[in-house]
Every structure is written in structure tokens, then in C-alpha cells.
Write a protein that binds this ligand. Structure first.
Ligand code: NI
Length: 403
């Protein structure tokens, strides 16, 4: 799949870089406009209008309203060839921004706290650049702007709507600006990059009563406590220690008064893992433990368990292509970080289940400028100097794949 074109000359690389660096001021303006107008998943109407206006202005063919607010821009090259998909997510989060910057969110309680404003700006810049260069392009690039990455997920409905067809996409790439890595680095690996995400909610049903007469009750707080403890044995004692997995109970609500034994307890949590063999297995263990603990106390339960996103798994050849391009684009001494992995999840995973591809992390933190708050933090922001690096990465990957 990786083409065997000779390595471009240094002059060519320098020219590509210069042309893309010239877009940097525009990229910052677009990113800031998107940052000021954040919208939640499937409600990215203004965002979609902004993207559509730009594509129309430049004359780039595109389709709108896919899976509600999604957009696909098409860049057919002058010569026939393979089809590469580039994916950008465009949704924000229900967070009140605490940054005091001129481009802070104008939409109360909604914030681009994960960098998807940057992803959209990078994808727009890539569309603009490739469109100018289409006489050199062999093949077609599809730029996919998808809604609702933060949940419930826009990738799956976009695929169901046929974005990977007509023409059929041969491979996909995508990036996430990443504050877990410093600016001037890029993280990528072959195989699983991000974890599968599963979720559960459980109501434990006991029998309430007087705090001084526990023998007349089935204490839901006690049952819940034992369930929480026992669930930690799934990773510690059931999963192969060479496979990474997480079981987190994030909420536990029960009881109303200090002298009343609660009749119900509500817990909820999330499960993460890389190895697809664990699909279904952890769920089974969790249910068996809840059923067993409840049975031993005479309690009952109601369990709701669902898979949100599968693991994000990179194809070996596509990861090698990205790695090779990155080694030319990222020239700082920190460079390309190998074996980068996180237990966070991503619905890019659905695209990578359909076609081979590679998702990678573009380091975006800059501690010296206080731009290193974690993703989903009310003070999240990133070093905008990476925007043109993102475009250069995409443009160079296209050049390598479609030639
Ligand atoms: Ni994100």
C-alpha cells in the first residue's frame, strides 16, 4: 500500500513547508472563530455553515447534512489514483470556559476543550492547500468533517450514510492535537493507539430500614461497596497482565439520612481495553460479580451495559507511512514519539475498522505559555503554532499515498 516513490528533494519539502506556513495566519483566524462559537455534538450548525462557506468560496465540491451536520469535501486530482480519507471532528464539550483570552467561548456552558476547533481549522487548511495543488495530485482526497466525537458518536452514522463509498476510500488518516505531548512532537504507533470504551449503569436493589435494626434490612450501601471492591478484581485477576485494561466506577449514589439503611444504590462506570479479545469478556465478568455479590446478600440488580467505541487500531503500513512523513516534518530534537498510547477512546475507531488507516497525536502543549492544561479542562488551550504542522502532515501524507 505504501507507494515506492523516491523521497522528495529537500527543495520540494522546503517549498511545501513555505506554502503551508503562509496559511498559518488564516489557520489561527479560523480556529479562533470556531473556538468562539463552540457547538455540542450533532448541533454543529454554525460550524457546518462556516465550513460550507469556505468550501463554496474556494470552489471545492462538497456534500452537507450528512448524519445531520457532517460534511464531505472532495478533492479529485488531475490524475487517477487511490482515494485517501482525512477525518476531522468538529464538536465541543458542555464545559464553561475559564480562559481569559480574546477568542474565548461566546456560548455559555459550551467550550472547545479538546482541540476539535483546531482539527477543523487544520482540515480546512488542508482542503484549501490540496485544492490549489490538485494538478499534482494522483487520486482523490475526501475530507470528512464529522459531528459528535465526544458522544454519542458521529463517525458510525457518517459511515452508515456512505461517506466511505463513491468513490470507495482506500485508507484513512486523522490526527488529535495532544496536550499530553509537548509542541514539536508527534506520537504514533502501529496497532492499538486508543482504547475501546464501554460504559455501565447499575441499580442495586436491597431493602431499606432503620439504621439501628440492620437485621431487618438488605443494606444497598454495603452491597454497593462490595460490588465496587470486587469489580477491581476483574483487571487484577481475570485479564492477562500483559493486556492493559481499566475498570473505573465513577459514581456511587445511595442513602438519604445517616440513620437510615438505604434500599437502593446506583453505580456507574467505564471500562477500557486495547485487545479486541476482551470484547464481551469484561462485561461478562462484571455482570457475574454483581450477580454473585447480590445473591450473597439477598439483593437484586438492574444492569445496563453498552459499548461506546471500539479500540482505535492503526494499520501497520499506514502507521509506517505517517511515521516516515513525521520524521521529515517534525524536525525538533524531541521528534517522533514511538509507541504512543492512551486509554482514552475515539470514534475514529469506526473508520479504522472499515478501512486501513492511521490516527496520530500532534503534540500541542506549551508549558512556558501556560498552554498545557489537560483535555476537557475549563482552561484547556493549545499552542496554535502546531496548526500549520498539522496541515503539512496531512499534505505530505497525501503526497506519499496519492502519487
Ligand atoms: Ni477529542
Amino acid at each position: 500500500m505504501v507507494s515506492t516513490v523516491p523521497t522528495p528533494t529537500d527543495t520540494h519539502l522546503a517549498n511545501v513547508r513555505l506554502e503551508i506556513r503562509n496559511l498559518q495566519a488564516q489557520l489561527v483566524l479560523w480556529r479562533r472563530k470556531l473556538h468562539q462559537n463552540p457547538e455540542l455534538g450533532f448541533k454543529e450548525h454554525q460550524t457546518a455553515t462556516f465550513i460550507t462557506q469556505k468550501l463554496t468560496e474556494w470552489g471545492i465540491p462538497h456534500e452537507t447534512g450528512i448524519a445531520q451536520t457532517g460534511i464531505v469535501a472532495m478533492i479529485p486530482g488531475d490524475k487517477p489514483g487511490k482515494v485517501l480519507g482525512i477525518r476531522a471532528d468538529m464538536d465541543a464539550l458542555p464545559i464553561q470556559e475559564e480562559n481569559d483570552v480574546p477568542y474565548r467561548s461566546q456560548n455559555d456552558g459550551v467550550m472547545h476543550a479538546c482541540g476539535h476547533d483546531g482539527h477543523t481549522a487544520i482540515a480546512l487548511g488542508t482542503a484549501y492547500y490540496l485544492w490549489q495543488q490538485r494538478d499534482r495530485l494522483a487520486g482523490t482526497v475526501k475530507i470528512i468533517f464529522q459531528p459528535a466525537e465526544e458522544g454519542p458518536g458521529g463517525a458510525k452514522p457518517m459511515i452508515e450514510a456512505g461517506v466511505l463509498q463513491n468513490p470507495a476510500v482506500d485508507a484513512m488518516i486523522g490526527l488529535h492535537l495532544w496536550n499530553n505531548l509537548p509542541v514539536g512532537t508527534l506520537g504514533v504507533r502501529s496497532g492499538p493507539l486508543m482504547a475501546a470504551v464501554e460504559c455501565f449503569r447499575c441499580t442495586l436493589l436491597g431493602k431499606g430500614g432503620h439504621g439501628a435494626m440492620p437485621h431487618q434490612t438488605t443494606d444497598a450501601v454495603l452491597v454497593g461497596s462490595q460490588v465496587v471492591n470486587a469489580l477491581q478484581t476483574v483487571v487484577a485477576r481475570n485479564v492477562d497482565p500483559l493486556d492493559s485494561a481499566v475498570v473505573t466506577v465513577g459514581t456511587f449514589h445511595a442513602g438519604t439520612a445517616l440513620n437510615v439503611i438505604a434500599d437502593t444504590a446506583h453505580i456507574s462506570g467505564t471500562v477500557r481495553y486495547f485487545n479486541p479479545k476482551l470484547e464481551g469478556f469484561i462485561q461478562q465478568r462484571i455482570e457475574a460479580i454483581i450477580a454473585g455479590v447480590c445473591a450473597s446478600h439477598g439483593a437484586s440488580y438492574d444492569l445496563d451495559y453498552w459499548q461506546l467505541y471500539p479500540a482505535t487500531v492503526n494499520d501497520g503500513e499506514m502507521a509506517a507511512l505517517v511515521q516516515s512523513v513525521a520524521s521529515e516534518v517534525i524536525e525538533t530534537p524531541l521528534g517522533v514519539v514511538p509507541e504512543c498510547q492512551t486509554m482514552g477512546g475515539e470514534d475514529m475507531s469506526f473508520f479504522l475498522r472499515e478501512v486501513p488507516g492511521c490516527y496520530f497525536f500532534l503534540g500541542a502543549a506549551n508549558g512556558a505559555k501556560q498552554l498545557d492544561f489537560p483535555h476537557h479542562h475549563p482552561r484547556f488551550d493549545f499552542d496554535e503554532s502546531v496548526l500549520c504542522v498539522g496541515v503539512e502532515m496531512f499534505a505530505r501524507c497525501v503526497e506519499r499515498f496519492c502519487s
